[in-house]
Design a protein around this ligand. Structure first.
Ligand code: SF4
Ligand code: SF4
Length: 268
């Protein structure tokens, strides 16, 4: 009312104008390439208007920021690497714009699928950065990257990422999303512990079952001896059965002979 709002607004603008220069003086010499200063100036403690001088200055990305996905691989102590991806295909199924193609590895001898992708393609121009692939992957093998500087003049070859271009070590993931990484590792460790416990319980149960089975067998052993003695005449029964079969065969042969002789006599 009476233009008071305009005066108040102009006052705020003037304060920001002055703060901008005062803030510049506070951070003189630390402006470029200092993510700590950038964090303060862009955070709630920052004063004045502040323009990020991209590409000399880059704002630190929040952990949750997601750009195109990347594949994770483990680095083993012996220098080898192991893909986390098992080429199960879940990510390509859930991807809304269907921009993931996976080529499975096949065992050269058995021709059966091997749980490792031979190649993996993502068309990053079609990817809408939804993060569904990372959410649904049961092996934590695909995650959303922070790298947004992907522009190029060549759409056809530069923007269809293959496995080589997509693969990054787990340590990289830990560096861009430290809290997510720690939380996931905790869950993974708990799951492994649970699985180990279940396996141990199974083994124990198996061992117990075997011991139980062995115990009655031992107990039954003395009883089996008299049974064997009771069935002692059994070997004699076998030749008797053989005799029966031979007698039947003989009778049949004789019957056949008699029939042939009768037919011959009729003809004669
Ligand atoms: S990234 Fe994950 S969901 Fe996709 S194929 Fe590999 S293991 Fe399956
Ligand atoms: S982020 Fe979304 S659109 Fe991009 S590959 Fe993953 S599921 Fe597909």
């Amino acid at each position: 009312m009476y233009g008071l709002g305009i005066i108040r607004g102009m006052g705020i603008t003037l304060k920001h104008f002055v703060d901008t220069y005062l803030d510049d003086l506070r951070f003189v010499g630390k402006r470029y390439y200092d993510s700590g200063s950038l964090k303060v100036r862009q955070g709630p403690k920052g004063a004045g208007a502040f323009t990020v001088q991209y590409p000399e200055e880059k704002l630190p990305m929040p952990e949750r920021f997601r750009f195109v996905p990347f594949l994770l691989f483990e680095e083993n102590d012996d220098g080898t690497t192991q893909d986390r991806c098992t080429s199960c295909g879940i990510c390509s199924k859930v991807c809304p714009p269907q921009c993931i193609w996976i080529e499975r590895t096949k065992d050269p001898v058995t021709k059966r699928p091997v749980p490792e992708p031979k190649d993996f393609h993502i068309d990053i121009d079609i990817c809408m950065n939804c993060g569904y692939c990372a959410e649904f992957c049961p092996f934590d093998a695909i995650k959303m990257d922070h790298d947004y500087e992907l522009s190029s003049y060549d759409r056809t070859s530069a923007h269809i990422f293959n496995k080589e271009r997509l693969s990054k070590p787990v340590s990289y993931y830990a560096s861009i999303r430290p809290n997510f990484f720690l939380a996931e590792e905790k869950v993974r460790a708990e799951e492994n512990k649970k699985k180990a416990k279940q396996a141990a319980a199974k083994e124990k149960a198996k061992g117990g079952g075997k011991a139980k089975a062995a115990a009655p067998a031992k107990a039954a052993a003395p009883a089996a001896a008299p049974a064997a003695t009771a069935t002692a005449p059994a070997p004699a029964a076998a030749p008797a059965a053989e005799d029966d079969a031979a007698a039947k065969k003989r009778a049949l042969a004789e019957k056949r002979k008699a029939m042939i002789a009768a037919r011959k006599a009729k003809k004669g």
